[in-house]
Write a protein that binds this ligand. Structure first.
Ligand SMILES: [Zn+2]
Length: 135
């Protein structure tokens, strides 16, 4: 399965603080989120933005996108493009809540799977354990 590889920092670097705040608030309204190796797409029905009009080109750095709104072609990502990217990344508070819910065994299994898929994740996990003196 292909998963777009961009982070919250990439979104932050490609937009303005105002669009970031507004876009993160709109993220829950994004519908029909999907992606391929070049783009992420979805629609914002409440804003009158349909499928095919709203895109994030996730391979570009800084991230770029397309939106039919007046700010959609500006160098900094508009709030709608930020909403789409944020809908894909999910909310950190919700992620923390969900991570706290499962049993420790499930979190261990997830960490092992991440370590298996990504050298970066593997080293990050070891470093975090080293910092706690567990290695
Ligand atoms: Zn827009």
């Amino acid at each position: 399965m292909f998963v777009p590889d961009f982070t919250r920092s990439d979104v932050q670097a490609a937009t303005t603080p105002e669009a970031l705040a507004h876009g993160q608030g709109l993220a829950i309204h994004v519908a029909d989120l999907d992606w391929d190796e070049y783009s992420l797409w979805g629609r914002l029905p409440g804003q009158g933005i349909g499928v095919g009009e709203l895109l994030v080109h996730h391979a570009d750095r800084p991230l770029t996108g397309e939106c039919p709104c007046p700010d959609g072609r500006a160098a900094a990502l508009c709030a709608h493009i930020v909403a789409l990217a944020s809908a894909f990344l999910g909310d950190d508070t919700e992620l923390a809540d969900r991570l706290a819910a499962p049993s420790p065994g499930e979190v261990v299994a997830l960490a092992l799977e991440l370590a298996d898929r990504s050298a970066w994740a593997r080293q990050a996990i070891w470093l975090s354990l080293d910092a706690r003196g567990s290695r």
